[in-house]
Design a protein around this ligand. Structure first.
Ligand code: IMP
Length: 435
């Protein structure tokens, strides 16, 4: 039963798309298990760059079934646009399966997200404005619509009428426009008609694949530090990107997971508000942002940039039970004279090694750094750890030591081939060995 979970170990945007894409040749099913179109995966295939918001990156491979799991919140308009884009590129999208139980992001969720953020003034979360929080909120409040509802007119009308009683009151109180029932019903029916061939019971797709011995990859969006439970609440997203989310949102049990691959960048970035102790506001930070093209895939917003922070890394490795790490964008640090690595915080005059669960404490954290001499030369063409400049090797070893888990891939450029693969098999089982 080989199942591998890929998770972000930072604040998202760690380059999980490249990792999934790198492993995709070996897998039969790729599952997205949480989040929605707040996420963006950029996959570079040959000359072409494909940006995906909902479909797992595996969709670009003809042998892969791409599953949008029950834990995802789906904006049907985004999904349809994405399918059309893929069809335009000659991709066979018939293998895209969408869980009937996944919740729908309705237009009023988007309106509420935007109206709420503009009302929060100084306390903004800095959401992507995609309706993610309101959609997950309705799911918990049992007011939501599921994908299966889009094809049943009577049920749709009943659910939308019920939801709009509250939503319109709230929207009006925030000075936003009301929604009418019938135009929404008509829109949902059109979405349902278009997406009907893709609707499926995603749990059984995953379970049947595992029973056959096929390799299933479960792909997280965002990262551990944006997790609703484990991140710096309330500056988090509304789902569980950590590996446990793969079980609830992907339809597998904890003991069916064989490997958890944590993905991280050689430095830190964060989009939106919230504490970020190692944030850089100087030329070095601007240089990293520029070389690393640190602009949001979905919103185009400039990402905040900072030094690597090992305090949340140790926490993220623990709560994800990460068994291996992929280190991305090491090349972006080339040319920096001194690289700083945060090893602990000082909070209220005391040294703190453990990630504080309290957002207020985190907001007062002053980083304690260790300095690492940098390296001058570009490393894009390096394909083995031994060929990295000595100072780069030292930095990678320090990260590995803090994580306590092997770094198995080091990415030195955006292309799939610009990767150092270490002599370690990240999969306990490979499809080839299961004949
Ligand atoms: P939401 O997920 O749109 O509700 O936004 C909540 C927080 O998560 C905000 O700080 C967003 O900037 C952040 N966020 C959501 N999705 C991503 C992502 O894919 N990458 C980085 N940050 C994200």
């Amino acid at each position: 039963m080989p199942a591998t979970v890929i998770v972000g170990l930072q604040w998202g945007d760690e380059g999980k798309g490249k990792t999934t894409d790198f492993l995709a040749e070996q897998v039969a099913v790729v599952v997205r298990y949480q989040g929605g179109d707040n996420a963006g995966h950029t996959v570079v295939v040959g000359e072409e760059t494909v940006k995906l918001q909902l479909c797992p990156s595996g969709v670009l491979y003809p042998h892969i079934t791409s599953v949008i799991g029950n834990g995802v919140v789906v904006n049907p308009a985004t999904l349809i646009r994405e399918l059309d884009m893929l069809i335009g590129k000659g991709v066979d999208v018939s293998r895209v399966r969408v869980s009937r139980s996944a919740h729908v992001i309705m237009p009023y969720h988007v309106a509420l997200d935007k109206a709420n953020e503009s009302r929060l003034a100084g306390a903004k979360v800095g959401t992507t404005g995609r309706g993610i929080g309101p959609a997950y909120g309705d799911r918990a409040w049992r007011l939501g619509l599921r994908m299966e509802d889009l094809v049943v007119e009577e049920r749709l009308r009943e659910r939308i009428t019920r939801a709009l009683e509250d939503k319109n009151l709230l929207l009006e109180s925030m000075g936003a426009d009301r929604f009418d029932v019938e135009p929404l019903v008509a829109r949902c029916l059109a979405w349902g008609e278009r997406l009907r061939p893709h609707l499926d019971d995603s749990t059984w797709i995953v379970q049947d694949a595992l029973r056959r011995g096929d390799h299933v990859l479960l792909e997280g969006a965002q990262g551990a530090l944006l997790d609703l439970d484990h991140g710096s609440y309330p500056f988090v997203t509304s789902s569980n990107p950590v590996a446990g989310g793969a079980c609830t949102g992907g339809g597998i049990g904890p003991l069916q997971v064989d490997e958890v691959i944590g993905v991280m960048k050689a430095y830190a970035t964060r989009v939106g508000s919230g504490p970020f102790p190692t944030e850089l506001f100087d030329e070095t930070g601007r240089g990293i942002a520029e070389r690393g093209r640190e602009f949001g895939t979905v919103t185009g917003r400039a990402r905040r940039v900072g030094w690597f922070d090992t305090v949340p890394l140790r926490y993220a490795v623990a709560v994800n039970s990460a068994s291996a790490i992929v280190l991305n964008k090491l090349d972006i640090l080339s040319g920096i004279e001194t690289i700083k690595l945060c090893v602990a915080y000082e909070i209220d005059g005391q040294r703190v090694d453990k990630w504080p669960s309290s957002g207020a404490r985190l907001a007062n954290a002053v980083p304690i750094y260790e300095d690492f001499p940098g390296w001058e030369q570009p490393i894009h063409d390096v394909r083995s750890l031994a060929d990295l400049p000595e100072n780069a090797r030292r930095y990678v070893s320090a990260l590995e030591e803090h994580a306590g888990v092997p770094i198995v891939f080091v990415s030195v450029g955006p292309e799939r081939t610009q990767t150092i693969e270490r002599a370690w098999r990240p999969m306990r089982h490979r499809p080839g060995a299961l004949a």
